[in-house]
Design a protein around this ligand. Sequence first.
Ligand code: TXA
Ligand code: MG
Length: 311
Amino acid sequence: MRVQIDKACQLLKTGHVVSIPTETVYGLAAALNQQDAIDEIFKLKKRPANNPLIIHLPSAESVHDYALKIPSDFAKLAKAFWPGPLTMVLQVDPSKISEQVRAGLPTAAFRIPNHEIALKVIKKVGPIVMPSANLSGKPSATKAEHVENDFGKNFPVLDGGSCERGIESTIITFVDEKWQIVRLGSLTAEDLEVVLGYRPKVAVLQKGEQPLCPGQLFRHYAPKANLVLTDSAEKCSGTVLGYRDRKYANAKRIFILGSVEVPEEVAENLYAVLRQLDEENIASAHVDVKVPQDGLWRTILERIAKASNKK
Ligand code: TXA
Ligand code: MG
């Protein structure tokens, strides 16, 4: 059910869950001070209790209401990338943020989304928690209809059209005096390097180790289709996920991800295309992965690899 902004704010203030758009993906929002609505988010998504939520703030200054320590370069990063697709994990005063939002950790994750509607809602309602608006194990929703497909036609959604970035925020945490990327996202390591003066390392999950980002532990979305990662256009046959500017001589059907020259466009379309494969009951598809390995492609390739992994 599509709702207008005033109705969405009223629902949030009175302890309900509403889906709202951000520049990355749609979020399933609850006010940070509405514990029942936060409980409801976990139920609706079927989200494990040990997976914490991101807190979306009205201003960088409001971090001081929660954080115990502000790591070096925090202000520089906030100035450069907020509002935007950067989430920073900080040590917090546990009495200020419910156990459930933090999933029992001594830290919490914060961001300011760069989306006019989301910003208006946060200004009116105050800080809100928002996981991506998908059932756990599905790709994040990048259109209002994706949210309705997962949560039903009567679920309140504030429709902001298609999310421009299309892939979740990049999550960073401060370890041994340096920022590290714990979830690849829309903001690249190269973008961060410009501000930090060093390229943040991407934390790799070691077997048996507690991950720096709990979400990395859980199974990620894989469509019913068997995705075959393929590094040449000629080898792509049958159903193909590819690029507008490439020829796929052996393809029967092509799902266009975008232009191979414009990774931003591919990021924007990726989840919608993955959802479409399931809607159309596609059994198998080749994905053209002959693309650069750096910048935003790194994030796109990581999401494609996860989508191809049935484990
Ligand atoms: O772009 C985004 O970040 C979207 C939009 C709606 O803002 N939100 C989003 O939320 O992707 P979600 O819940 O789907 O993913 C949040 C990730 C999870 O992997 C979670 O484990 C991690 O953030 N996270 C939350 N709090 C954390 C913390 N204190 N330390 C490390 N990771 C944390
Ligand atoms: Mg998610």
